[in-house]
Design a protein around this ligand. Sequence first.
Ligand code: MN
Length: 201
Amino acid sequence: MAFEVPALPYPYEALEPHIDAETMRIHHDRHHQAYVDRANSALEGTEWADASVEDVLKSLDSLPADKKGPVRNNAGGHYNHTLFWESLSPNGGGAPSGPLGDAIASTFGSFEEFQGKLRAAGVGQFGSGWAWLVHDGSGLAIVGTPNQDAPISAGQTPLLGVDVWEHAYYLKYQNRRPDYIDAWWNVVDWDKVAERYGAVA
Ligand code: MN
């Protein structure tokens, strides 16, 4: 079964004013679609053509040598963007409570310190990439990945990721990546992040 771009769980304009509708439309319909098309093209005819995107990304070293790069980039792009859309909500924002809120406070000092560290990871990512809150098997951590590298390829479970490719923010924020990240917090769906944490913690 070839990969498919999932429908957005909200309208394109739902995340306004923090993320504008035009950016959402281009990002979801064109960029994500391109990752899916290229991943499918790379995997077509291989023994991995029917594998889940998670299995593919955990098995990059097992792929044919000429497929590894295209799959890393494009299956990674598909996986990362699917997680990204699902992590956002027009009813998002605020701070997590419950076990996730407690874990963030005990790991990073406070929710505000956590926000500062994830922001710094995003702002400091040179070129294109992502900043992530992950569970690394023993606890929470903040990591950055270049390009479309996915944390699951490194054995980590991504809980929340901020896309800092220019295509994620340039129409509205131009070169002001920090402003985009500051606005992005307002649409983070902490219920979804807590659900991922509950499945792995
Ligand atoms: Mn993107």
